[in-house]
Design a protein around this ligand. Structure first.
Ligand SMILES: [Zn+2]
Length: 857
């Protein structure tokens, strides 16, 4: 068969050159006047624009002052050039990720003329080829064009062409707006906007500047027969208007140098493959970073020509503004490592500001209180896809009013559907969906409950809250500086060091603010140190040094190599979302996880289990308050249950875990790239789960709270199944979703067996046996309580499912171990002592399930 070398083309002159400073977003830039009389009026289009207002800028727009329709004027010298498109949602259903300041679609496009039409097409930025290599001549082969719009010209003159703009902007051509419905999702599961109704849609604002044109539109959607009425933010599910901004941006022209990505440090990046390279790793991936240039190139420490300016929106509560300013400025310590002084500046948007926070030239930290918060806080930025230069950023902090939030009350009932929403033609944007504030808020509420229970002063509560806000702002700002998550950072300090403020004020509590750590709570209240880290950690300083240190020409490769060589320092440990283990069966390294703390996460979790059990005894007294219902008590209880869930999840990942070391050979790490977790650690994790999650008395402390867990009635909102707390359902969910669903996941079992070949001493059969001990031994000679009945039945059912010959998710080693364990359980049940009918019925059911599975009729 003929071999075809597949090379995709991008214009060589445009790649990896670039860019203009963030002056576009700089505060001081004034809007250019929208009328430009110096130029000669285009003769041929006069007739078509006579009742229009002109918006002159990167693209010239004409809006009819009577009908509101818009025409776009494309200059002849704009044909064939590349531009950046960025869309933002300004107002729309949160559950469809159309809420304020969502940075949505980023793409590169170009316009070309074909006969009497203009063609708009998207440019593929995923490949690079060396223009000096003859293979580059085949660059156009097998690269289908992505033409998203063809529009007939209305008229033309010597300089350009006029077209109707509706096809571009009152449409879903550039941004898909509506999510795809994943197959199998019933129409009742996701709120559906229906179809775009152009007749009811309109232009809301036009802004045109020399380097960018913003077109704000209200897109009207009609759905005459909605199956799903949406959440309370949806006024009428049949009629929804979505406010969107289309921004057309000039390719930055400056001496910005793209910086190569490295697997040992965590930047958002553009993946680019060199199609003319014979290297086994032909990657030219580039990181997202701002364009910083020293005012004084020779100074070791210099101010940048253009600093990165963040504006705090004037909707932010006055009492939080200073804390946000202080938090943002703390990033300057990191930029000093890269040679920049005052790189980050924080300003407060005046109440009488004449600019709109949606103006892309301003980076704004926004503050909202929406009806249906889905994210807590987001820190997206948008970049030039060809160079990685960050062009703008916004942060939105979602203010949860009150502490009795539905999110925490429904901790175990959250709908999974929205997390799977996909948009046609859009890359998944991990940075856009940072759930930190949700996780952090749950941790904060735990801390507040501890302080309440120990009668802490309002000042101490205030300090905890300030640390929380500082951490949140620093984290989201970190995203806008290009950093992705570092879920390995919370393991930096030992349990003995974690409350030593002399140390934590110097280097931080954790290696990076880009983690989702557990709040630090000392079991001995007199030893309490910091609750959250409030400074850039060693990893953050190092990551910014990697991403932003300027180098003289020809010195960058060596300079970066020297910086990255330090990655083996344990304080610089890094692992991002791709390696984190929060989802069952996912990833490998238990050090890369959320909601845990210290280098001994298992020991720290045990301490937290004890704290939670102690708090149970104080909940009813602390949250029984005259003049209010028991809704707050129910929320606090849900928060503590969530703590157990987080801790159990974190511990369970040590079983079958593999420590990852991503250093390169020349760094001479003492670790291999993959090292199985030692047997004793895996056993310790199992013991901890057996004691605090599976044991018959694991939830004894909760019983005193159950009679009080009453939500507040509103209208007729009581659940159809009654609004009492469903303890068995919730606790079984906790026991299984946090731990067993991971331990018995096909991927986990396969990894346990595979790693037996290179050092893992724990087999699937041994693990299943140890689980059997924890789940059955303690009450084999007594009656079995309702939690344990559910747990034992779940365990048996899972093992039965594994041995099912039709189930292809499990290897034979796992199937054999499951069968062996089922037989042992059956034998064990013959020695059981049951004195009540409930236990007799339960055990008879288990024997029935096992018997049917082993010897099906
Ligand atoms: Zn985040």
């Amino acid at each position: 068969m003929k071999k075809v070398l597949m090379v995709l083309i991008i214009s060589p002159g445009l790649l990896l050159t670039a860019a203009r400073a963030q002056d576009k977003k700089g505060a001081a830039v004034a809007p250019t006047p929208t009328t430009d009389t110096a130029k000669k009026k285009p003769a041929g289009i006069t007739d078509k624009i006579k009742s229009s207002r002109k918006y002159d800028g990167l693209f010239t727009l004409y809006q009819d002052t009577v009908t509101g329709t818009v025409q776009l004027y494309v200059k002849k010298n704009q044909l064939g050039k590349e531009y950046i498109y960025q869309s933002f949602s300004i107002n729309g259903p949160n559950q469809l990720f159309l809420n304020q300041s969502m940075h949505r679609q980023t793409l590169v496009f170009k316009i070309e003329k074909a006969f009497d039409k203009l063609e708009f097409s998207r440019v593929n930025t995923r490949f690079w080829y060396d223009p000096n290599n003859p293979v580059s001549k085949t660059a156009t082969v097998d690269k289908p064009e992505a033409v998203f719009l063809v529009e007939k010209t209305v008229s033309e003159d010597a300089d350009g062409y006029l077209i109707s703009a509706d096809g571009l902007f009152i449409s879903e051509k550039l941004d898909p707006v509506k999510p795809l419905f994943p197959p199998g999702i019933p129409p009742t599961a996701i709120f559906n906007l229906g179809n775009l109704n152009p007749a009811k849609s309109r232009y809301t604002a036009l802004r045109s500047f020399p380097s960018n044109s913003d077109i704000v539109v209200d897109l009207a959607y009609d759905n005459p027969a909605p199956y799903n009425n949406g959440t309370t933010d949806i006024t009428d599910a049949r009629y929804v208007r979505v406010r969107m901004q289309h921004s057309l941006i000039e390719m930055p022209k400056n001496d910005f140098q793209p910086r190569r990505d490295d697997p040992r440090v965590g930047y958002f990046s553009q993946m680019v493959t060199d199609q003319t390279s014979i290297s086994p790793v032909p990657y030219k991936d580039i990181i997202h970073r701002w364009y910083l240039k020293k005012k004084d190139p020779n100074a070791a420490l210099s101010e940048p020509v253009e600093p990165i300016i963040y504006w705090i929106e004037n909707t932010t509560p006055v009492e939080y503004r200073q804390a946000i300013v202080d938090a943002g400025l703390k990033w300057n310590e990191a930029f000093e490592k890269a040679g920049f002084k005052n790189a980050v500046q924080m300003k407060i948007m005046p109440d009488d500001a004449d600019w709109d926070p949606a103006d892309i030239r301003y980076n704004v930290i926004r503050w909202v209180s929406s009806a249906q918060p889905t994210y807590g806080a987001i820190g997206p930025s948008f970049v030039n896809p060809k160079t990685g230069q960050i062009i703008g950023a916004d942060i939105t902090i979602e203010w949860f009013s009150g502490s009795a939030t539905p999110i925490l009350d429904e901790l175990f009932k959250s709908a999974a559907t929205t997390g799977t929403l996909q948009f046609a033609g859009m890359e998944p944007q991990h940075e856009a969906f940072c759930s930190l504030a949700n996780e952090l808020k749950s941790q904060l509420l735990t801390g507040m409950t501890v302080l309440d229970a120990t009668n802490a002063s309002p000042a101490e509560l205030g300090e905890m809250h300030k640390q929380f806000l500082t951490y949140l702002v620093m984290h989201e700002m970190g995203h806008t500086l290009g950093l992705n998550h570092n879920m390995k950072a919370s393991q930096m300090l030992s349990p003995a060091e974690i409350n030593n403020t002399e140390l934590t004020h110097q280097i931080g509590l954790i290696g990076s603010v880009m983690d989702y750590p557990a709040i630090n709570i000392a079991a001995d209240r007199s030893k309490q140190g910091d609750y959250y880290t409030t400074k850039a950690g060693p990893y953050d300083l190092w990551a910014i040094e990697y991403g932003y240190t300027p180098f003289n020409e020809g010195e960058e490769a060596a300079g970066l190599k020297k910086i990255i060589a330090r990655s083996t320092d344990p304080k610089l440990a890094f692992g991002n979302d791709g390696d984190d283990m929060r989802a069952p069966g996912k990833a490998m390294d238990p050090h890369v996880n959320i909601n845990e703390l210290t280098s001994d996460a298992i020991g720290y979790a045990e301490e937290r289990f004890k704290i939670v059990n102690q708090l149970m005894g104080k909940l009813v007294q602390k949250y029984t308050k005259d003049g209010q219902s028991y809704a707050e008590l129910r929320t606090r209880y849900g928060t503590l249950l969530g703590q157990r869930f987080s801790m159990a999840s974190a511990i369970s990942r040590y079983v079958g875990g593999i420590y990852i070391d991503r250093s390169f050979p020349e760094q001479k790490s003492t670790n291999k790239p993959y090292t199985p977790v030692p047997l004793a650690t895996q056993k310790r994790a199992i013991d901890m789960m057996n004691k605090y999650i599976f044991a018959p008395d694991a939830f004894d402390a909760d019983a005193q709270v159950f009679p009080y867990l009453q939500p507040q009635r509103r209208g007729f909102t009581q659940s159809n199944s009654g609004d009492d707390f469903k303890a068995t359902e919730n606790i079984l969910y906790l026991q299984t979703s946090s731990t067993l669903s991971h331990l018995l996941h096909g991927a986990t079992l396969q990894r346990i067996t595979n790693s037996r070949l290179y050092g893992n001493q724990y087999s699937v059969a041994s693990m299943m046996g140890d689980l059997q001990k924890g789940i059955f031994n303690a009450d084999i000679t007594t009656n079995v309580n309702v939690y344990r009945q559910d747990l034992q039945t779940y365990y048996v059912r899972q093992l039965v499912s594994i041995i099912d010959p039709k189930n292809q998710q499990f290897e034979d080693v796992s199937k054999a171990a499951a069968l062996y364990t089922l037989k042992k359980i059956k034998t064990q049940l013959t020695t059981a002592v049951s004195t009540n009918d409930e236990t007799k019925a339960h055990r008879a059911n288990l024997v029935f399930l096992i018997q049917n599975a082993i010897e099906p009729k």
